[in-house]
Design a protein around this ligand. Structure first.
Ligand SMILES: [Zn+2]
Length: 305
């Protein structure tokens, strides 16, 4: 399952070849869209929302249609992709031919052509998107944070490790950031949401948002590998730490010698031992809903409580 930051990076990549381009051929390879033909339509924007991608298209001038704006709406699911000049396989669900390139969508868990209003309806069940540019507006950020907080408060009995993955509370967090944010705050994944103070809850959400923002353009290029280890102490912050700013991060990367082993990228995710204390990492099934097999990686020493 992709993290929200993968979608922001993907939209950034696709925008560079698709924005303001005309679709020469649209080829949808699923039954429900078999008769949809968007040839001649202009791609006006690509917008990631949590783990969904919306490609906005405008009808050609002379085209008589009920809706002049339509959206190719998709979700990557577990291993879906949109690739520029990608390989066409039996998993391919959509081929968009532009004047110079093709864009291939494969293994998508959702693929629909909708009106902008229908897209809005699809997205209403999602909690605040942690990578929404609205977070940059302080007034709007307060509203988003308060909505997120209210959503979490309604799940007092849910383990925090499962609530962080629940896209109805906040959206965009996938397994990597769920594990990393719990490790950084030394929080046990099974701790009930209801036992967290307001400061802890807000601190967790803000830290997850900042960790994700540090991994998307403009703070990070689409080519750098995702990493959560550039952290600085900050006595003012809820858990006494903050995410390094881009200058600090660049300095840390420059200081690591090429002869040294590669810098680790995560504290616990997909690791054998905890990067902080060396304890053997535990890996337990803990999804957003019971039965969803998503493995939480955590350190039983650092995250005892
Ligand atoms: Zn540890």
């Amino acid at each position: 399952m992709p993290e929200g930051d993968s979608l922001v990076r993907l939209a950034h990549r696709l925008r560079s070849v698709m924005q303001d381009e005309e679709l020469v051929v649209s080829d949808f390879r699923i039954g429900s869209l078999a008769t949809v033909d968007l040839a001649g339509w202009n791609i006006t924007d690509l917008v990631p929302t949590a783990k969904y991608l919306s490609m906005f298209l405008q009808a050609p001038q002379d085209c008589l249609v009920a809706h002049r704006t339509l959206v190719i709406f998709s979700h990557l699911g577990i291993d879906g992709s949109w690739q520029i000049n990608g390989r066409i396989t039996h998993q391919t669900r959509c081929i968009l031919t532009l004047s110079k390139q093709i864009v291939v969508g494969s293994s998508l868990s959702t693929l629909e052509v909708l009106t902008p209003q229908q897209v809005q309806q699809r997205l209403t069940s999602l909690g605040p998107d942690l990578l929404d540019p609205d977070w940059l507006n302080p007034q709007r950020a307060d509203q988003l944070l308060s909505t997120a907080q209210t959503n979490f408060r309604q799940r007092a009995d849910q383990p925090i490790g499962s609530a962080l993955l629940d896209q109805r509370l906040v959206s965009g967090i996938g397994n990597i950031y769920r594990c990393e944010v719990l490790s950084l705050t030394r929080m046990n994944p099974y701790r009930r949401v209801g036992t967290l103070t307001d400061a802890q809850l807000v601190g967790l959400i803000v830290l997850a948002r900042d960790l994700m923002s540090a991994n998307v353009p403009p703070r990070s290029t689409t080519h750098t590998a995702r990493s959560t280890v550039d952290i600085r102490p900050d006595p003012q912050a809820a858990f006494g730490l903050r995410v390094a700013n881009p200058q600090e991060k660049a300095r840390a990367q420059a200081d690591s010698q090429p002869t040294q082993p590669r810098r680790p990228r995560f504290w616990v995710y997909n690791r054998q031992t905890c990067l902080r204390c060396g304890t053997v990492i535990r890996r337990d099934p803990l999804g957003a809903v019971p039965g969803q097999a998503r493995y939480v990686y955590w350190c039983p020493y650092c995250q005892a409580e």
